[in-house]
Write a protein that binds this ligand. Structure first.
Ligand code: ZN
Length: 212
């Protein structure tokens, strides 16, 4: 399934880590003996034109993201969600779109992705885009499209930002209760409550069965 299809079929609604409405699904107790495998692809966003521009292209490399992916897998293993890493590669995006992203405006990126103007090889159920800047945020998630963005040099650990954004895509809101938690904003907390584990596993199941 292409990202374009996902964007078209699932609609676009964003949360820049300021979610106020997350539906409360009817859930049962998690059976954590049953690991849920969820595919994730990661893309390093470069400007499409000519000489790489340090102000526009991500400074990351594939080896960096392989290491981030491994640490993300550790975080989500606490919920018995097995992040199956698909593609990790660089993609080229028009400088104007990257400039918009740098201001925190993702609309031109999404429009271009819907139009098929951004080549996204080997997309997965969830797709992460690593960009030079995304406004002043460490990360941002588009829930319906199941994509997230992560800025270079975030103020917290890379794997924490990435896993936090995946948490939003799986249906988790922020918590204000405990800085040690993954869904507390702006810390290196990585813990998941029992209820968050239930909700995230429910969200992952819905993604896999196509209902989300
Ligand atoms: Zn957030």
């Amino acid at each position: 399934m292409s990202v374009r299809y996902l964007l078209l079929s699932l609609g676009l609604f964003a949360s820049a880590c300021s979610i106020s409405t997350v539906s409360e699904p009817a859930i049962g107790p998690a059976d954590e003996d049953d690991s849920i495998s969820l595919s994730v692809s990661l893309y390093i966003v470069d400007e499409a034109a000519g000489t790489p521009n340090a102000q526009l292209s991500s400074a990351r490399n594939v080896a960096d993201l392989e290491a981030v992916a491994e640490r993300m897998q550790r975080i989500w293993s606490a919920a018995a969600i097995d992040l199956s890493i698909g593609t990790i590669t660089r993609i080229k995006v028009a400088p104007g779109i990257i400039a918009d992203l740098a201001t925190g405006d993702t609309s031109s990126f999404l429009d271009a992705a819907v139009a098929g103007d951004i080549p996204i090889p080997g997309p997965s159920s969830i797709n992460g885009f690593y960009v030079r800047r995304i406004g002043s945020a460490n990360g941002l998630a588009h829930l319906g499209a199941r994509i997230f963005f992560v800025a270079d040099d975030p103020s917290v650990h890379d794997e924490r930002v990435s896993s936090h954004e995946i948490g939003h895509i799986l249906g988790l809101p922020h918590t204000l209760l405990d800085q040690e938690r993954l869904m507390f904003s702006g810390t290196n907390g990585m813990e998941l409550s029992d209820r968050e584990i239930d909700v995230a596993r429910f969200g992952a199941t819905r993604i896999l069965d196509g209902s989300r």
